[in-house]
Design a protein around this ligand. Structure first.
Ligand code: AMP
Ligand code: ZN
Length: 114
């Protein structure tokens, strides 16, 4: 837990968010600046700064987090497709340095993303 970390504080419910799911080790909530009609963030309760900071021992945890994506996608009617994104590092566009999984859906996406 990092005292000043925004997502740690959301996970501890010190800062409000629109929660969609809570498990023993993850919480999911709506992104406040959605890039698609549905834009969900899945974050571990444990503070991990980025995917690059994760250890091999985090693999089971990260697997559980990833598997929340199709469950939430199904709940929000995204059966026709959804995109999962993890930005790791500032150059990749990471702005909040607490590992998070973006789940985006409800529109058509292009590839490559640019
Ligand atoms: P990234 O750029 O990959 O680090 O993603 C950070 C995401 O967090 C962005 O999509 C922001 O819109 C989102 N975000 C920032 N602050 C909040 C907040 N207080 N509640 C929900 N989402 C947030
Ligand atoms: Zn944190």
């Amino acid at each position: 837990m990092s005292l000043s970390c925004l997502f740690c504080r959301i996970a501890k419910r010190e800062i409000p968010a629109e929660f969609l799911e809570e498990t023993d080790d993850f919480v999911a909530f709506k992104d406040t600046n959605p890039q698609a009609p549905q834009h969900i963030l899945i974050i571990p309760r444990e503070h991990i700064g980025s995917l690059s900071d994760a250890a091999d021992s985090h693999a089971p945890l990260l697997g559980r987090g990833l598997m929340l994506a199709p469950k939430l996608a199904k709940r929000f009617g995204l059966e026709t497709g959804f995109r999962v994104v993890i930005n790791s590092g500032a150059q990749a566009g990471q702005t909040v340095f607490h590992l998070h999984i973006h789940v985006l859906g409800g529109r058509t996406f292009r590839w490559p993303p640019g």
